[in-house]
Design a protein around this ligand. Structure first.
Ligand code: NAD
Ligand code: 0WE
Length: 259
């Protein structure tokens, strides 16, 4: 059966509002019967995340800035308490680069903002996986999914330092999959085509990117958060029992084209 998450306990990082990819994934998990924990970054979006969390079976909503080791230690402590020391599923759907680094030339990226983008968008997966490891081991195994983008493998104009961060994230998925495989913990990524979310809408030229996908991708249609949620649910579920260290493209086939 598709989407059977009965009795599963999941932690979801990266919900900002109802358009967030993380929220589409959370809804899939909730529909399959999972119990959820959510983190949010900053008081600005706390209410939005609490309101969404209240519509599903939620055990915990707590603040987490993934740059902070202190926040991560507290959050995974709270998750352990909420879920009896166990965790089955981790959804990592977090990325950030300074807006000015997503325009202009990659060449001009200063050191501090290069490191910031990699810290928030890639290292955070490593830190979360390490903190989740004992909880998932106690559960007999687990599944981790993160969100990536083609700009980590090819040069997409203006994606710039985020592309370097996604390349780091993609490699981290493979090394985490190797380390954690012995504990029956799977680690995978979903590579989504452009999806109209909060993080994406503020980007100049986003409608142009959607139009390019609609013109050139084999399926000639743009991607929605719901499409991404369904693919993530597959990787997070028992149907993907022997799938780890890989990337599932939900991009209407765009990545397979050479023109
Ligand atoms: P979104 O804005 O809804 O989600 C991004 C999240 O990152 C937000 O919830 C934000 O609070 C969180 N975040 C940023 N800095 C943080 C920090 N320091 N600590 C904790 N959380 C922090 O946008 P989205 O499009 O749903 O993005 C989710 C993921 O999907 C990102 O990894 C993004 O790169 C990836 N992605 C998006 C697209 C797209 O076109 N929207 C395509 C491919 C991949
Ligand atoms: O990963 C992303 C976007 C992530 C993102 C978005 C923002 C906007 C607001 C990271 N940091 C910020 N910082 C902000 O201040 N995507 C895959 C969507 C995206 O972003 C692009 C894209 C695509 C696609 C930027 C330039 C070119 C293409």
């Amino acid at each position: 059966m598709a989407r059977d998450f009965a009795g599963k306990r999941a932690l979801v990082l990266g919900v900002a509002n109802k358009r967030s990819i993380a929220w589409a994934i959370a809804q899939e998990l909730a529909a399959g019967g999972a119990t959820l924990a959510f983190t949010y970054q900053g008081e600005r979006i706390e209410k939005s995340v609490r309101d969404l969390a209240a519509t599903v079976d939620t055990s915990l909503v707590t603040e987490c800035d993934v740059r902070s080791d202190g926040d991560l230690a507290r959050v995974f402590g709270e998750v352990g308490e909420a879920f009896g020391g166990e965790l089955d599923i981790l959804v990592h759907s977090v990325a950030f680069a300074h807006a000015e680094d997503l325009e202009g030339r990659f060449t001009d990226t200063p050191r501090d903002r290069f490191l910031l983008a990699i810290d928030i968008s890639a290292y955070s997966l490593v830190a979360c996986a390490r903190a989740a490891e004992p909880l998932m081991e106690k559960a007999g195994g687990g599944s981790i999914v993160t969100m990536t983008y083609l700009g980590g493998e090819r040069a997409v104009p203006h994606y710039n330092v985020m592309g370097v961060a996604k390349a780091t994230l993609d490699a981290s998925v493979r090394y985490l999959a190797w380390d954690l495989g012995r504990k029956n913990i799977r680690v995978n990524a979903v590579s989504a085509g452009p999806v109209r979310t909060l993080a994406a809408r503020s980007i100049a030229g986003f409608p142009t990117m959607e139009a390019i996908v609609e013109e050139r991708a084999p399926l000639h249609r743009h991607v929605t958060a719901e499409d991404v949620g369904a693919a993530a649910a597959y990787l997070l579920g028992d149907g993907a029992v022997n799938v780890t260290g890989t990337t599932l493209y939900v991009d209407s086939g765009y990545h397979s084209m050479g023109m």
